[in-house]
Design a protein around this ligand. Structure first.
Ligand SMILES: *Cc1c(COP(=O)(O)O)cnc(C)c1O
Length: 370
């Protein structure tokens, strides 16, 4: 029998969440389309699995890796596919064209590569998402670069359709509208003296913006975490946003220790029993993707009831408190996160975000689709 740990992926929930994203977006932009962001192996949920589940509803798929984009095409995905960091060298461009990929262009260097390639191969015509840096200061064209960028665009022999894009740095923030307003102002200022920009399609919103500021939805939104049932907000849970958990990481208790006062648990003995304690040992550790930095006290569900972890997470095991769960014992089912225990809560206890938990799911964990 294999180790009892497993990740269950609820594909119905994934489809539901995608439709929720588009529903939010369409409240203010009736025609809004949604890129299903499936980068990082669909946030750990499995790229091809996620794409297959969304194939008949998604307007398009967005990811980072050229090889992953090709894998989607080979799997029969016909929708637009957007490379969120664009291409990395000139040789990528003909591959993008062959597979009908759309590319983010975030730098002048990329545009120069594109123009050189297009001069050499005049039928090279890729849909371009021109990414403007409106304040995230990670990727994107600055206001100062924009005149040179426009000249490069005009020099393209057969320009593909152009969409303007930017990315919010704090749409998940607690400051309300002003979290996005300053970036929208910079975006508007950047394009103010570019008359043609007014009629270009826009793609601005990530999950947080879709959910809280649907006025930013415009032509294409880019939901990521919400597809997987995670909340982008520290102050609002996923269920209240209409989202359902997609990944449930579950396992079983494989041993029980009854310890007395003063006994300690795990490496470093960071948990010290203040009363007689029943300790359940769970078949799940950091080598499965459970965060080692989750402190004792992190929520966990055993036999359908909430309790907490004890002491440090080991590579293959972690401990939890069964003192209040006398019926629980060896083989009792355990939910680490997912159904009945939002990943966001576990993430928050561990000082991280559900994005990181999902992406860190280890390859050794068997996955079952439900
Ligand atoms: C990852 C990513 C998204 C999705 O962000 P979420 O917060 O997961 O919704 C959207 N746009 C870009 C450019 C991204 O890189």
């Amino acid at each position: 029998m294999p180790r009892p740990i497993e990740a269950r992926i609820d594909l119905t929930a994934l489809r539901h969440n995608y439709l929720v994203a588009r529903e939010y977006a369409s409240r203010q932009h009736r025609e809004a389309k949604a890129w299903a962001v499936v980068k990082a192996n669909a946030y750990g949920h499995g790229l091809l699995r996620a794409a297959a589940a969304l194939a008949d509803v998604a307007d398009g798929f967005a990811l980072l890796d050229l090889d992953e984009a090709i894998a989607l095409r080979q799997a029969g995905i016909r929708q637009p596919i957007l490379l969120l960091e664009g291409f990395f060298e000139a040789a990528d461009l003909s591959i993008c064209a062959t597979h009908a990929l759309s590319v983010v262009v975030h730098s002048l260097e990329q545009l120069r590569l594109l123009r050189q390639a297009a001069v050499a191969a005049p039928d090279l015509r890729l849909p371009i998402y021109l990414k403007l840096n409106s304040g995230m200061n990670r990727l994107g064209i600055t206001a100062a670069q924009l005149p040179a960028v426009r000249r490069e665009l005009e020099a393209l022999p057969t320009p593909g359709p152009l969409t303007l894009m930017t990315h919010f740095a704090e749409a998940d923030g607690v400051g309300g509208e002003r979290c996005i307003a300053w970036q929208l102002e910079r975006f508007a200022a950047m394009t103010a003296d570019w008359p043609a920009a007014a009629s270009l399609p826009l793609s601005l919103a990530n999950s947080a913006a879709i959910l809280r500021y649907p006025q930013t939805a415009h032509d294409w939104v880019r939901p990521g975490i919400m597809l997987y049932g995670g909340s982008p907000f520290a102050d609002q849970d996923a269920a209240s946003l209409g989202l359902k958990p997609v990944m449930t990481l579950h396992s079983r208790i494989l041993a029980v220790q009854e310890i007395g006062i003063g006994e300690r648990v795990g490496y470093g003995g960071t948990f010290v029993a203040q009363r007689p304690t029943r300790v359940g040992i769970v078949a799940c550790g950091y080598a499965d993707g459970y965060p080692r930095h989750a402190p004792g006290g992190t929520p966990i569900v055993v036999d359908g009831r909430r309790t907490q972890t004890l002491g440090r997470v080991s590579m293959d095991m972690l401990a939890c408190d069964l003192s209040e769960l006398p019926g629980a014992g060896v083989n009792s089912p355990v939910v680490l996160w997912g159904d009945g225990l939002p990943a966001d809560e576990v993430a928050s206890a561990a000082g991280t975000i559900s994005y990181e938990l999902f992406c860190a799911l280890a390859r050794r964990v068997p996955v079952r689709e439900a």
